[in-house]
Design a protein around this ligand. Structure first.
Ligand SMILES: Cc1cc2nc3c(=O)[nH]c(=O)nc-3n(C[C@H](O)[C@H](O)[C@H](O)COP(=O)(O)O)c2cc1C
Length: 167
């Protein structure tokens, strides 16, 4: 098979991006599975999706990536924080480090994804330290912006990523 899309998604954001990536891949020699479904289907090129867990990916993604050998690997991920290229880069570094040396790394696509309401509730409580208030309000603003992601622009960017990656 040419392409395999495997993704880890707890609340559906990364799954939405996975669908876009899958549909943007050319030809018929392709498949998509969640990481829970994935039992080792082989392909030349893997697109591996992750949700951001404390600045990296979850263990199931690390296990998957580390066991791929001699493959081309592209990554895609969603995270709660948006619009910060340096933050995206830092996540990319933490995840791509698990790609074995005998694989060809093709790059990473990142975008923002909505978070569970409990996260907002945490930020709604004023901080005892008033100097932290600016930060707290920023977190609330970020949360509210994230509610609209992934959006159509993110989907389009994911498709562009696929096209550029395969060029
Ligand atoms: C336990 C946990 C840890 C998270 N850690 C981060 C983080 O470090 N940075 C971040 O930007 N988002 C973080 N998030 C937010 C998710 O990565 C984000 O909502 C993502 O889009 C969820 O993807 P999914 O819907 O595919 O599960 C975290 C979410 C959870 C539940």
């Amino acid at each position: 098979m040419d392409y395999m899309v495997v993704y880890s998604s707890r609340t559906g954001n990364t799954k939405q991006i996975a669908r876009e990536i899958f549909s943007a891949l050319p030809g018929m020699s392709k498949d998509m599975q969640s990481i829970e479904e994935y039992t080792g289907k082989d392909a030349d090129t893997f697109f591996v999706g992750f949700w951001t867990n404390r600045g990296s990916c979850d263990m199931s993604v690390i296990d998957l990536i580390s066991e791929l050998h001699g493959k081309k690997i592209a990554l895609f991920g969603t995270c709660g924080f948006g619009g910060d290229v340096n933050y995206y880069k830092a996540i990319e570094q933490k995840v791509s480090v698990w790609i074995p040396d005998d694989c060809e790394y093709l790059g990473t696509f990142m975008c923002q994804g909505k978070m569970p309401m409990q996260v907002r509730e945490k930020y709604e409580i004023p901080m005892e330290d008033p100097t932290q208030e600016t930060w707290r309000k920023k977190m609330l603003q970020n949360f509210d912006e994230a509610l609209f992601h992934p959006n159509e622009t993110d989907f389009e960017n994911a498709r562009v990523f696929v096209n550029k990656t395969l060029e």
